[in-house]
Design a protein around this ligand. Sequence first.
Ligand code: UD1
Ligand code: CA
Length: 425
Amino acid sequence: MEIKSIIMAAGKGTRMKSETPKVLHEILGKTILGYVLDSVKNITTENFVIVGHKAEQTSEFVEKNYNTSKTVLQSPQLGTGHAVSMACPYLEDFKGQILILNGDIPLVTEESLKKFIEFHNSSNSDLTVLSTIFENPAGYGRIIRESDNTLKAIVEDKDTTFEQKSVKEINAGIYILNWPKVKRAFSQLTSNNAQGEYYLTDIVEWGKKERLNVNAYILENSDEIYGINSRRNLAEATRIMNSRKLDSLMDNGVTIIDPSSTWISEDTEIGADTIIYPATYIEGRNKIGKNCKIGPCAHLRGNVEIADNCKIGNFVEVKNSKIDHNTNAGHLSYIGDSELGASINIGAGTITANYNPLTKVKSKTILKDNVKIGSNTVLVAPVTVEESANIGAGSVITKNIPQNALALTRSPLKILADWVKNYSK
Ligand code: UD1
Ligand code: CA
């Protein structure tokens, strides 16, 4: 059955204390909302992202990066139930299922969403809520069950009775609905609760009243449900995401010398027998080949492709660049907007000067196979160094260098004999 999603991202995120909308805060180079949109990309045909607080910023992000997603404005923001109702006009004739997700839960995986949807289908459910067990459920909506264990209601933290407070099964903020049966609920919600908001969670009781088949599916891995409400949550989510990634890399043959000081984004692929040395930070989308050595203290900033047998050493920063096999940049370099061929050696302290701050234009540096760059070279882009050319140490390269040439910019070395002795007389 066709599935479309509604992703709620209009809230203010007050507890972040930020000028940036909560869902645009990043975890290892990708926004919180980006994670949510990526988790549904192989499941849904279309996504409606509900925007409100700083709507332009969020809309711009969605439009630029996710072409199957539309943004819908919610203004003012009267609660999660109200948020979903904003998408209703676009879905009047839709006959499929609607997957609803909070925009602030970046750790949920595609695999778990698929299992959740399978459960919904196999139990002939009309409305299924994703839940999990939290040892500390404070702040979350509680799943209240009947004596026969079927779902009864979701009660928000602020509306709980003393007894309900101790319930550890919580609402994850992910729902799947058989849309033709449940869509009517959104014109019938009320805001009669502690926060004076239209709660999406009230659709459970509504469904029961309508005698629909309403269920909760418990996700075992509760880490996936971790929501971001504060900067502390953001740091914790980054830690969870990172340790998940490092475990999977190690399971696939990558050596991580010190997992406690290594940060690698979800969208980074690394080949077997590559060694990641301590204090390395890899964010965004990257691909690293087999048998490479990365770090210690390397920084890959996204859109980096490194082929097999390369070395990116200490204090080397790489951004938006392609590096072919057997190439080394061992120490203290910046490689940005570059294409490096195979078997290149980059001397210590080499900088690709890719940015002109006056024109604000970024340009490319191209180094062909077998090029050798001497230490402390500045390659002022746009610039190409052809195959097997050498650059002398300390050069500032502002022109293309032909194949096999030696290029160097260097003022002649002066040696003033006995200068020190004469000076101190
Ligand atoms: C919500 C759930 C709670 C659940 C928790 C899981 C409700 C009423 N409560 O609580 O049961 O345990 O998520 O994380 O749904 N948003 C809008 N428009 C609004 C209000 C919120 O788009 O008018 C968006 C927010 O941007 C956010 C999401 O909805 O991405 C959830 O809102 P939030 O205020 O964080 O809800 P919680 O209090 O966490
Ligand atoms: Ca939340």
